[in-house]
Design a protein around this ligand. Structure first.
Ligand SMILES: Nc1ncnc2c1ncn2[C@@H]1O[C@H](COP(=O)(O)OP(=O)(O)O)[C@@H](O)[C@H]1O
Ligand SMILES: [Mg+2]
Length: 401
């Protein structure tokens, strides 16, 4: 592949205006599989998190994209250019790891300048770029110090400055805040995101921390056991999970399995505990029997100390402060449901009654094997305020009683 000048395009730094794709990546170490057909893409300027438990293959994917691991199968592309076999030093990617990996015998300035020197950039230019990078991370006064004279948070700022000073095509970060305490972590989350936006650097950010991924990212790619198990914007994953896994993984959803038997999009209501009204689904009517998964977020389940018609009784088994709200776990006769304590002052053992309004509730349609079918991202429930009559709805078993 050749550029406009006839030179091999690989010699030129890629511009940050090109999307980056990893396609069908397979990685194994001896008998251990770390990636099994993983697809990942980053649009120009996008912040994508790779979220998953330890051992799910996040670091391996990052290393494959950086060029430190050669995938058994699959390709890495910048724009349309295949870089799968391009050496890491020609990729112009910036990297930040959990362990700061600074050179202990070099000052902060020299650490930051390192990548530029390796690229034989001129002396004055290096000075200007290093000044700018230190300024961006708020370390303009500490350039003469050595890493040992810095706190963990400051060292990680140096690592960040070192990664961005080369104006990377892609910024790769592997649990960069994992070694810092909570307050500092939250502060740096905000700073990294601000800086990433300002510089419009395409970024892949590896973390096992759900809150971190959701608060920072344009898009979250969830990995489990060497595969991508869910992906989407934080809003999509929270409000419109596309699979049973995604609905279980994110938030504290209560999942209700239901067989739709009445046709015309109206779900037989006596299968759903606590449901206050019948509902139909958006989208075309559906006559045959099918399996649906109703996803209830904690804020969609109403909790009361007094019983109401149709409410399910249960007992509080756990109450936990999440930093914003009190999340309560309720055990009913046949399941566990999660809701919020909105000023009830609940305690473990208290009896409560749960109801939910089907309006706007998210519904996923699955086939008999549990695979998602129907519209990607699922459907919305619409409550039926009046009892439907006539030929449009041939019977609502729950309402006949
Ligand atoms: N260099 C290696 N040699 C052998 N196995 C490895 C190596 N690196 C990672 N693994 C294994 O590959 C799997 C994925 O690891 P990794 O990509 O580090 O996951 P994560 O970053 O999500 O914790 C794990 O089972 C891990 O033990
Ligand atoms: Mg890792």
């Amino acid at each position: 592949m050749f550029g406009e000048t006839g030179e091999p395009a690989e010699d030129k730094p890629a511009t940050a205006t090109e999307p980056i794709r990893a396609e069908d990546i397979h990685i194994s170490y001896g008998g251990v599989t770390a990636a099994e057909g993983v697809d990942l893409h980053v649009e120009p300027g996008e912040f994508v998190s790779l979220l998953g438990p330890s051992g799910s293959g996040k670091t391996s994917m990052l290393r494959a994209i950086a060029g430190f691991v050669k995938p058994d199968r699959g390709r890495v592309l910048i724009g349309g250019r295949d870089i799968t076999r391009l050496a890491p030093r020609f990729r112009n990617f910036g990297m930040v790891f959990q362990r700061y990996a600074l050179f202990p015998n070099m000052t902060v300035r020299d650490n930051v300048a390192f990548g530029l020197r390796a690229r034989s950039v001129g002396h004055n230019e290096i000075r200007a770029h290093v000044d700018a990078a230190l300024d961006v991370v708020g370390l303009e006064d500490l350039g003469r110090r050595y890493p040992a004279q810095l706190s963990g948070g400051q060292q990680q700022r140096v690592a960040l400055a070192r990664a961005i000073v080369i104006r990377p095509t892609l910024l790769l970060m592997d649990e960069p805040l994992g070694a810092l305490d909570l307050r500092l972590r939250q502060q740096l989350q905000v700073e990294i995101r601000r800086l990433q936006r300002e510089l419009a650097i395409s970024t892949i950010y590896v973390t096992h921390d759900q809150e971190e991924a959701f608060s920072m990212s344009d898009r979250v790619v969830v990995m489990s056991r060497a595969r991508v198990s869910a992906a989407g914007s934080p809003d999509d994953l929270i409000y419109r999970p596309s699979s049973r896994f995604a609905a279980t993984f994110v938030g504290n959803n209560t999942l209700l399995d239901v067989r739709q038997t009445t046709g015309n999009g109206v779900v037989q209501m006596d299968r759903l505990p606590g449901q206050s009204r019948p509902f139909r689904l958006s989208g075309p009517p559906h006559e045959s029997t099918r399996t649906l998964l109703v996803v209830l977020r904690p804020d969609q389940i109403h909790c009361d100390r007094r019983s109401r018609p149709g409410a399910v009784a249960g007992h509080v088994v756990e109450r936990r402060f999440t930093g914003l709200e009190h999340l309560v776990t309720i055990r009913t006769a046949d399941r566990v449901m999660s809701t919020l304590d909105r000023g009830l002052g609940l305690r473990v053992g208290d009896e409560v009654f749960l109801t939910w309004d089907p309006a706007g509730v998210h519904v996923i349609e699955e086939d008999a094997d549990g695979n998602v079918v129907g519209a990607p991202g699922g459907q919305r429930a619409q409550s039926v305020d009046q009892e439907p009559t006539g030929s449009t709805v041939p019977g609502l078993p729950g309402e006949r009683r």
